[in-house]
Design a protein around this ligand. Structure first.
Ligand code: CA
Length: 246
């Protein structure tokens, strides 16, 4: 575990810190004040925190420490956040690490770009720590699940999901899915033919309590469909949401 770039702040008197929760968060962000505040608040919640102030160090830390969750700024000196994300998703060891993008740019197009590159969630600066914490918890709960379940493989039609190794296959070919896409597909494939509302899917795939737009599900479904190929396996149910082809 590399040492954080920024010094730890002293804990306020009278404020009780949560016990260590064993969850390692890597912050890749070049605003020192934001890194300081996040580091301080996350440690108080029991997280192990490391940070990098530029793209190169961030990528190196991510690849060497394999954190449990990454908070990634987009506008960074050197390698930018989008390139980092692409690299993380192309690398076996970091493929399944949940990534939350921190960005000052709020246009929806940025969200779409982020999700299609494999981000799991997105917060727009300035954001409240409470909101970020909620999203971290939701993502971590999800990425934790496969390791806790007994050896299990879900399959329907050409799709096969290995829940323990967190691998997905279509017609025998491995698909490179983000953690959120994996959850989404798992939810749909487990009950083929059942129509899920966007809300159902958000709760199952993004995590309860996560504050996301319903439109977010559409973006994830779009990227998932592309990865599944031209088989129309995920059907749109008008006025409801989506279902997996029976
Ligand atoms: Ca920045």
């Amino acid at each position: 575990m590399a040492e954080p770039v920024t010094p730890e702040k002293k804990t306020d008197k009278g404020r009780v810190s949560a016990p260590p929760n064993g969850v390692r968060v890597l912050i890749i962000e070049d605003e020192p004040a934001l890194v300081d505040a996040l580091t301080y608040n996350l440690r108080r919640e029991g997280y192990e925190v490391s940070s990098a102030a530029n793209g190169e160090n961030g990528l190196l830390l991510a690849l060497h420490t394999i954190p449990d969750i990454i908070l990634l700024d987009i506008m960074l000196p050197g390698i930018n956040g989008q390139e980092i994300l692409r690299e993380l998703r192309a690398t076996e060891k970091t493929r399944a690490v949940p990534v939350i993008i921190l960005s000052a740019r709020s246009e929806e197009i940025d969200q779409v770009v982020g999700f299609s590159l494999g981000a799991d969630d997105y917060v727009t600066k300035p954001f409240s720590f409470k909101v970020l914490l909620q999203r971290i918890k939701a993502l971590h709960r999800r990425s934790d699940l496969p390791a806790d379940t007994a050896a299990e493989v879900v399959h329907h039609g050409p799709v096969r999901l290995d829940l323990v190794r967190h691998k997905a296959f279509v017609s025998g070919n491995e698909m490179i899915l983000t953690p959120t896409e994996f959850r989404l597909l798992e939810c749909l494939v487990t009950k083929p033919g059942r129509a899920f509302s966007r809300l159902d899917l958000m709760e199952n795939a993004i995590g309860e309590g996560a504050i996301v737009l319903e439109r977010t599900i559409d973006v994830h479904v779009k990227t998932l469909r592309k990865k599944l190929g031209d088989m129309d396996l995920i059907e749109t149910v008008r006025g409801v949401g989506y279902r997996f082809k029976e």
